[in-house]
Design a protein. Structure first.
Length: 267
């Protein structure tokens, strides 16, 4: 089974999406699951993980309304900097068994150390105690630098680094060293998603070296990928970087890892 572990839907009439606007014309419209489905079918993708696109309950509500059978799991939003509200909202959300994880748009915040704030740390404890996953958006080196600290503070929290922490293609450090340090915690995983540009091979190989295929998962990052050649090209580009792997290793990246990490039922 192929699982796309990272894709979105959004509706401009449902949530603010403050990161969208005239400055992002390629994404400044509503994207529905019905638009994505033919692309999944074309590439043999069986299931997807919907990931939050806005730090707003209304975006999460939109994801919960998706009834397509391909939607196997949902990574929702709760306000990690408001731990009491986060706990209340998480309890409510988990009435839908598809809600398996939480994400906040940390990369859009002006403070790169936001994740270390005491109130946010308490919010992460809420996730840890509830045994739900945490999608970590690490874009700056400073973001990735914090993963070992999060691992130490929350030893039972399952973390996945979105988009492989956006390695600076054409450069190696500090990402090359930081990603290895982050991977030392066996509960930390990473997504081969959101990787656009050339060359990718060295960075995918590095991820394989430090995580292994059993802690890496494929993500199509639609509809962000529409600005970089579209879903088909994204799928094919990653497939080319993985063609040297054995069939069992590719099976892990294309489904096995996501199924275990997000605890997606085998159906």
């Amino acid at each position: 089974m192929i699982i796309d572990a990272h894709q979105h839907v959004w509706d401009l009439e449902r949530s603010p999406y403050r990161w969208l606007g005239p400055q992002t014309p390629e994404w400044n419209r509503t994207f529905t699951f019905d638009e994505l489905r033919p692309q999944l079918v074309r590439n043999g993708v069986d299931a997807t993980v919907l990931v939050q696109s806005d730090d707003d309950d209304r975006d999460t509500d939109l994801m919960l309304e998706q009834t397509a059978p391909e939607v196997a799991a949902i990574v929702a939003y709760v306000p990690l900097d408001k731990p009491e509200r986060a706990a209340e909202r998480l309890a409510e959300l988990r009435k839908d068994p598809r809600v398996v994880g939480i994400r906040n748009l940390i990369h859009d915040l002006p403070d790169p150390d936001w994740i270390l704030r005491p109130e946010v740390d308490e919010g992460l404890s809420v996730l840890e105690q509830a045994d739900v996953t945490f999608d970590y958006v690490a874009v700056l080196p400073r973001h990735l630098e914090h993963v070992p600290t999060l691992s130490e503070r929350h030893p039972d929290l399952r973390i996945v680094i979105d988009h492989l922490a956006k390695p600076p293609l054409g450069e190696r450090e500090p990402w090359w060293t930081q990603i290895e340090t982050a991977a030392q915690n066996p509960l930390v995983h990473a997504k081969l998603s959101g990787l656009y540009g050339e060359p990718l091979q060295a960075y995918v190989d590095r991820a394989l070296e430090v995580f292994g295929p059993t802690r890496l998962m494929y993500g199509g990052d639609w509809p962000i990928s529409t600005a970089f050649g579209g879903y088909d090209q994204t799928f094919q580009t990653l497939a080319a970087t993985l063609e040297g792997l054995s069939d069992p290793d590719r099976t892990e990246i294309y489904g096995g890892t996501a199924q275990r990490f997000y605890r997606i039922p085998r159906s």
